[in-house]
Write a protein that binds this ligand. Structure first.
Ligand code: 5AD
Ligand code: SF4
Length: 474
């Protein structure tokens, strides 16, 4: 058993981490472990987790498991969890309750917990105390070891917990079963060194480790050869890419090299305003296949709160960067993340956030009420704003955000824009769906032959969160 340890996870910034790149291998004797059995992975949280699930699925298929279409029929169920806010956490514990009933009815099934919650010491302690019927718990640093962890649990007939707190390796060549045939996630780095005071990610995902550029470029080249149209470069803080590599190679260099592979669309998430360089802006403007879409988390519009959050920028420097981006990329869409109700946030501070939203007129924003996370500095700060007040602020903010989202979309009416058609629309089976270069969701009238292609679409109607359009015949 290897339990996560919060003290160790907190300590790790001071320790040098030797990153070693190794290759993924499944031992011959484990390749048939899942023969005749099915799996189901339920994913919570961010794109990083979604992509981890794509790896987990491929590893399970390497062991001869096949994917079940519904959870209720699977022999192995994994919950790939998210720890970012308390409600994600509660949802998972709710699901664990459901799993318990399923396991009582079908004792032969196996249940596993992985992802960010598995990296939390308090969560693993609770699992061991109250839910020791769970079969496996593994972390975000050792997904590649899933075959051995499963084997251990089967052999021992008891819970197997393998959650290292300190990362040290980047494992290349982990197989991947991609959800889409047209767009792909590509990890460029793991972990985060920013330690924003509210955020649990530096503890659950560990120290920043960038992948070597040659592995990333190779992966994108392979995707191009396989007919992929779009890659999204993934990391908690992609703009800091390369800082840990000592190669004199940074995010601007990487963006340029990825653009040069000829892939039709390059996206990247998530940017931290602190590391956004002029060189990056220049490269984004120079290459038409780097999409004019930037997610630029604000978190708060008050410099005082930003300081308490440890964000390392002020309202003024954020706005300066914002205007620089809009000047260099006038057509771009910019979205953001905002937290309300951070400890000590006053009405004045909140008004400053609204003020920035009015200035930036974001294309859209993800908004959250501050959620205290165990082990983070902000969870120990005095917080005397009543929850009803925080909810009111969230509502007021959302109203403003929606207004600007609709305004940004209104500008698209009757315009012709490029859309990567991804498949059938969820809203209407007679329509197709896809995203514009600026990341707007469009439901489109047109022939299914266009699936997988980037086509010109005329926008015929706009709503707050989506648009309608029709494919222009050539
Ligand atoms: N409480 C509320 N929101 C949070 N986020 C991260 N940590 C917390 C927290 N403790 C939000 C931030 C981040 C997004 C992914 O989630 O806005 O950008
Ligand atoms: Fe969390 Fe801040 Fe790192 Fe983003 S940049 S993952 S908010 S610590």
């Amino acid at each position: 058993m290897l339990k996560p340890n919060l003290k160790e996870a907190q300590k790790r910034t001071r320790a040098e981490v030797l990153v070693k790149t190794s290759e993924y291998i499944v031992k011959e004797n484990l390749k048939e472990l899942g023969k005749g059995k099915t799996y189901f992975v339920k994913t919570y949280g961010c794109q990083m987790n979604e992509h981890d699930t794509e790896n987990i699925k491929a590893i399970l298929e390497d062991m001869s498991f096949t994917e079940a279409s519904v959870m209720e029929e699977a022999d192995l169920i994994l919950l790939n969890t998210c720890a970012i806010r308390e409600n994600a956490h509660n949802k998972v514990f709710g699901m664990i309750g459901r799993m318990k009933h399923m396991k009582e009815e079908r004792p032969d099934i196996m249940v596993g917990i992985c992802g960010c919650m598995a990296q939390e010491e308090v969560v693993v302690d609770e699992i061991l105390k109250k839910h020791a019927w769970i079969d496996i718990v593994f972390g975000t640093h050792n997904i590649y070891n899933l075959p051995n962890i499963l084997k251990e649990a089967i052999d021992k007939h008891s819970i197997e917990v393998e959650v290292p707190s300190i990362e040290g390796e980047i494992i290349e060549n982990i197989p991947v079963k991609r959800d889409s045939k047209y767009k792909a996630w590509v990890n460029i780095m793991y972990g985060c060194d920013k330690f924003c005071t509210y955020c649990i990610v530096p503890y659950t995902r560990g120290k920043q480790r960038s992948r070597h550029p040659e592995f990333i470029i190779q992966e994108v080249e392979n995707l191009v050869a396989d007919g992929y149209q779009e890659v999204t470069l993934l990391g908690q803080n992609v703009n800091a890419y390369g800082k840990d590599l000592n190669l004199n190679y940074n995010m601007a260099n990487l963006l340029e090299d990825v653009a040069k592979t000829g892939i039709a669309r390059v996206r990247f998430v998530t940017s931290h305003p602190w590391d956004f360089t002029d060189h990056m802006i220049e490269i984004i403007a120079k290459y038409p296949n780097i999409m004019p879409y930037i997610h630029l988390p604000l978190q708060s519009g008050s410099s005082r709160i930003l300081k308490l959050m440890g964000r390392r920028y002020t309202k003024e420097s954020y706005l300066e960067l914002f205007h620089k981006l809009k000047e260099a990329l006038p057509y771009s869409s910019i979205t953001t993340d905002i937290i309300v109700g951070f400890p000590g946030e006053t009405e004045e501070d909140f008004k400053e956030t609204l003020d920035v939203v009015r200035t930036c007129e974001y294309d859209s924003a993800f908004t959250f009420i501050f959620s205290p996370r165990e082990g983070t500095p902000a969870s120990r700060m005095k917080d005397d704003t009543p929850i009803e007040e925080k909810e009111r602020r969230l509502q007021e903010l959302n109203q403003l955000v929606n207004e600007y989202a609709k305004k940004a979309n209104d500008a698209y009416l009757n315009r012709v824009v490029p859309v990567l058609i991804e498949g059938i629309s969820e809203k209407d089976e007679h329509k197709l769906m896809g995203y514009t270069d600026t990341m707007k969701l469009v439901n489109v009238k047109g022939s299914k032959d266009n699936i997988g292609k980037i086509v010109d679409v005329k926008i015929t109607d706009v709503k707050t969160w989506s648009m309608d359009g029709e494919i222009m015949e050539k």
